[in-house]
Design a protein around this ligand. Structure first.
Ligand code: ATP
Length: 239
C-alpha cells in the first residue's frame, strides 16, 4: 500500500531542562513521500528529528514507526528497523576512505553480493564518490562529505531517510547538486523526511510540507501549495 503511514508523530514535546523546544507536534510520513519540515533557525526542527531517532528524550507524545510505538529504543535499534538519520554536520569517518565509509553503512547486513551492488548503485547516484573512492573522507569538501553521509545512510537500505539540513554551509553549486540528489533518491523510491531552512528548495521537491515555528507546526499542505502561500513567501522566501 503506497499510502501506508510509515512514521507518525503525535503530541510530541521535547524540553532541554526548563526550555520547551518542541511543544506538541503532529506529523506523518507516508510510504513513497518526500515530506519537508521547514522553519527558521531555532524553530525546533533538529530537536524533533533527534527525538524521533532516539537521540533526545521525549517529554510527551507518541512516535510510531510502521505501526509500532517507539519507546526507549536507541538510535541503533531504529537504524536496524529502517529509520535512519543523516545528522547536521554529517559525521563521516574522516580517517577512512569513501568506500570504507560506505561499507560501515552496511555493517548490519551480511548479504555480500547485494552490498557490492548497492555500492555501485550509490556510485551511480554520486559519481563524485566513485572518482574518489580511495580518498580519506576527512580530506573531502563539505559537500562531498554530505554526499558520503547520505550514501552511507542509503547503504543501510532505510525505509525512511531523515535528512537534517543537508544544504547547510554549502556553496550554491553544491546546494544545487545536493537537492538534485535528494530528488533522485526520492525518485528511486526512498521515503524521505527533509528538514531544511532553505524553504524554497525543500518545498519544490516535497510531496507535502510542514512549517514549524517556535516549537509548533503552524501550517501544512502540499509542497507546491505552501510554496505559493503568501504567508510562507513572506516569512521564508524573503518576499
Ligand atoms: P537549526 O536550524 O538552528 O538547527 P532548529 O529548528 O533545528 O534550528 P533546534 O536546534 O531544534 O532548532 O532548537 C530548538 C530550540 O531548542 C532552540 O531554542 C535551541 O536554542 C534549543 N536547544 C537546542 N539544543 C539545545 C540543547 N542541547 N540545550 C539547550 N537548548 C537547546
Amino acid at each position: 500500500d503506497s499510502k501506508e503511514i510509515l512514521l507518525k508523530v503525535s503530541g510530541l514535546k521535547v524540553a532541554y531542562g526548563g526550555i520547551q523546544a518542541v511543544k506538541g507536534v503532529d506529523f506523518e510520513v507516508r510510504r513513497g513521500e518526500l515530506v519537508s519540515l521547514i522553519g527558521a533557525n531555532g524553530a525546533g526542527k533538529t530537536t524533533t528529528l533527534k527525538a524521533v531517532t532516539g537521540l533526545q528524550p521525549v517529554a510527551a507524545g507518541e512516535i510510531e514507526f510502521m505501526g509500532k510505538t517507539l519507546k526507549g529504543q536507541g538510535a541503533w535499534d531504529l537504524v536496524k528497523q529502517g529509520l535512519v538519520m543523516v545528522p547536521e554536520g554529517r559525521g563521516t569517518f574522516t580517517r577512512m576512505t569513501i568506500t570504507e565509509n560506505l561499507l560501515m553503512g552496511a555493517y548490519i547486513r551480511d548479504d555480500k553480493a547485494q552490498i557490492e551492488a548497492d555500492i555501485e548503485r550509490i556510485f551511480g547516484i554520486f559519481p563524485r564518490l566513485k572518482e574518489r573512492r580511495n580518498q580519506l573522507a576527512g580530506t573531502m569538501s563539505g559537500g562531498e562529505q554530505q554526499m558520503l553521509a547520505m550514501g552511507r545512510a542509503l547503504m543501510t537500505r532505510p525505509k525512511v531517510l531523515l535528512l537534517d539540513e543537508p544544504s547547510m554551509g554549502l556553496s550554491p553549486i553544491m546546494v544545487d547538486k545536493i537537492f538534485e540528489v535528494v530528488n533522485d533518491i526520492h525518485s528511486q523510491g526512498v521515503t524521505v523526511l527533509l528538514v531544511e531552512q532553505n524553504a524554497s528548495r525543500a518545498l519544490q521537491l516535497a510531496s507535502r510540507g510542514y512549517v514549524m515555528e517556535s516549537g509548533l507546526i503552524t501550517m501544512t499542505g502540499e509542497g507546491k501549495t505552501l510554496l505559493n502561500d503568501p504567508k510562507v513567501r513572506a516569512a521564508y522566501l524573503g518576499e
